[in-house]
Write a protein that binds this ligand. Sequence first.
Ligand code: RB5
Length: 149
Amino acid sequence: MKVVVGSDHAGYELKEQVKTILTEKGHTVIDVGTGSPASVDYPDFGIEAATLVGRGEADRGVLVCGTGIGMSIVANKVKGVRAALIDDLYSAIQSRKHLDANILVLGGRVTGRDLAAEITRVWLDTPFEGGRHSKRLEKIEKYEKDNLK
Ligand code: RB5
């Protein structure tokens, strides 16, 4: 898969770790930054990454800021994006099985390194179940189509 990653300074270190996992698993990584721990604004990177996913130019995305909340807010404003802020393995699995989440959001100051790595691996590998869940996602898509530019 083509996976876009982005972070602010508070998520920089974890983003770099996520890139290593993605590469090890054979995915193609697009890194929109940031490129160092120097202070930046999460919307600049979240919007760029989410736009690539929303347009279908990347299959999935992983975004990291300090709490993950800022990146979640930003990413979910982009049409076609279903971003899930995840801090446990059950939610990582469900966000794929039931919600077909196309962006994983992690809190670099919240989730420990090893747990974040497991979450990332599980989230990448879990398929969407479809079935009854599809019609729920179609309702979100209809809302977007009718209400968003
Ligand atoms: C940056 O200090 C911090 O506010 C940001 O990374 C994030 O936690 C926002 O949700």
